[in-house]
Ligand binder design. Sequence first.
Ligand SMILES: [Zn+2]
Length: 258
Amino acid sequence: MRMYYFCMLRTIAALLFTLAACALLTPDTATAKGRLRIVYDLPEPEDVAAARTIHQSEVAEEVAQIVEDWNLLAEDVTLRFGTQLGPHFAVLQNGKLEIQIPYEFFSNTKNLFAEKKYVTQKDPATSALNTLHHAIYHELGHAIIYSQPTGITESMEEDAVDTLSAILLISEYEDGAKIAASAAKAFQLLATEPESRLNIQGDIRRVQEINCLIYGSNPEKYQNLLEDLPTNSDTICPARFLKHHKLWEKILKIPLPD
Ligand SMILES: [Zn+2]
């Protein structure tokens, strides 16, 4: 009997040790295991050039790699290029999750940059690809919020995913601030379009929010952004960047690079 107890205790001890070892080896994020699967639909003749540029840029593949490296998704999401509508996040009738982006989104943004002569960047295609990069992370944010508890309410969601997109770009990519700045510029240019059906006030606010996060991430480096930001941004923006950076680290259960 004594021997039996001893054996049982030893088994329990071994089990506890194994569980403790597993807990050490497995971070909280291990529960998230979704992947971003990329699909390029056959383009219409007028979209062939845009489809080729997007495909060759590997912007989508870079995002998929970061999703995998950081376990950003709790379930699989398809990133489909070549849809009629979008960019948007959709839950399909079969329950599958899909980010849909028309090839036209890239062409239209590229034309916008070309027409408005956005000279800070060398060519409109790069600026349009940067804007696409931001859009993918924005829609990915919607997918994250849909598929896991984040505490983000519907009314906060649009701002929250814009913030997430900017923070992931700034934190994960060497030239991430430049990529996010292109998206901010696109919103700014859209706001000046006379026929724009978009909410102009909303677009201006988005521009300021993104630029505030870029400035806040490194005030010395992005000093030039201050002149277009509201007063007190020099104190508000660094605090805002830190706050959102920490908040998303908590939601995603990962340590994001600064
Ligand atoms: Zn959105």
